[in-house]
Design a protein around this ligand. Structure first.
Ligand code: NAP
Length: 230
């Protein structure tokens, strides 16, 4: 059975993806900082190792990488856990640099550290790296300079890893807006009930995993499976 490591799987897109892959019989290693939420999210799923912890903690990364690479092969590393930064998000001229460092620790350095720790089992499997990106990585929105620049850096790391490791598939995956805690944090006080649920994005991600196109940057909206003509 294929095996995946998904970071940030207690809520939102990570949780929805974990449930979909578990339903397909994948073995999973998942994390999130709050262990009770993670336990709730994975209850009833077969073959899931749930490890509470913070991806910015090197010891936690060693732990999840050890669990994910235990079979000597890893089919999927999904770097999904993310930090928005302050809410509301400040302009760059006011951005606290200490907090910017924490945004980069979660969104850039932790994903690269996991790629480094798992390069051998990923290569053994001819595996896939999914870096969950954002439109804020590609478009310049006022207030999104911290999170957006971190996502842009993660996109570029993913692209360079793809060029350096041709046996892997490396995707930056932009899910689009989703009705999640992170999105609510980005739009404090706003009604976000019109945004789609994260489950609606999962078919696009599964298409990427199933079809394995050449490495690159993909938007979920470009990957949705067209409805059959009636
Ligand atoms: N929602 C959107 O509209 C949107 C749009 C574009 C891109 N994205 C991207 O989509 C991905 C998923 O976001 P989401 O909206 O699904 O977020 P979410 O619902 O807030 O879930 C985030 C998950 O990551 C975990 N997490 C956060 N920081 C962590 C850390 N340092 N270590 C380990 N786990 C951590 C959270 O659990 P704990 O808090 O317990 O750690 C939770 O399980 C992110 O990469 C985000 O940037 C989201």
């Amino acid at each position: 059975m294929p095996i995946a490591l998904i970071t940030g799987a207690s809520r939102g897109l990570g949780r929805a993806t974990a449930r979909a892959l578990a339903g397909r019989g994948w073995s999973l290693v998942v994390d999130a900082r709050r262990g009770d939420d993670l336990a709730d999210a994975t209850r009833g799923l077969a073959d899931v190792v749930a490890v509470p912890g913070d991806v910015t903690d090197p010891r936690h990364r060693q732990h999840i990488a050890g669990a994910a690479g235990r079979a000597g092969r890893l089919d999927l590393l999904m770097n999904n856990a993310s930090r928005l930064g302050p809410s509301p998000q400040p302009r760059l001229r006011d951005y606290p640099l200490g907090e910017l460092g924490r945004v980069y620790d979660t969104n850039v350095f932790a994903p690269l550290a996991l790629i480094q720790l798992l390069a051998v089992p990923l290569t053994a499997a001819g595996g896939t790296i999914v870096t969950v990106s954002s439109d804020a990585a590609a478009d310049a929105y006022p207030g999104w300079g911290g999170y957006g620049s971190a996502k842009a850096a993660a996109d570029q790391l993913t692209a360079v890893v793809a060029a350096e490791e041709p046996s892997l598939r490396c995707y930056a995956f932009d899910p689009g807006d989703m009705r999640t805690d992170l999105h609510q944090q980005a739009f404090p006080g706003e009604d976000i009930s019109d945004r789609p649920e994260p489950d609606s994005v999962v078919p696009a991600l599964l298409r990427l995993l199933d079809e394995r196109p050449p490495s690159g940057r993909f938007r979920a909206s470009d990957l949705v499976i067209p409805a059959a003509a009636s």
